[in-house]
Design a protein around this ligand. Sequence first.
Ligand SMILES: [Zn+2]
Length: 162
Amino acid sequence: MFTAGRFGAWVWRDADSAQETGRIGYQGEGGAVSLNFSVNGEPVRQHITTQRTACNYGGSRLWFTCPRCWRRVAVLFLRGNAGFVCRHCGRIAYGSQSDDAMGRAWRKQHKAEAKLVDGWRRPKGMHQATRERLIAIIIECEERRDAALAAFVSRHLPGGWV
Ligand SMILES: [Zn+2]
């Protein structure tokens, strides 16, 4: 969906009536994606930029840039009229935070994030290697929660590509 020129939509349907209950259109722009949806009948068009980071063992990983705070994030949440924002801006608490393993990952990530300044920058006096180690911890925690969130969403919101 991030390829320039590619477009489509996610559609959700009621399990019984097959009636459409939600739709988000997307269009890849290369380095960004445009989303079209409506909130309470009001059409919203949101432009979300993406960024890539190199992985330790080769290849790269794609991230969203939160349109509100510019944080690099793995997951964006639709928050009514605010559109898609990161969990910080949306003040999202994952349901799975109550789960022990997820709670541990969450606390571990908070601790790592607290040592960095906004946007995962290095505070004065911190070694670059320390920052890289902290970011690796954050990414690992994000990935664990992403997997749990994806599993949750696919269980509760059966949808499909069109
Ligand atoms: Zn944000």
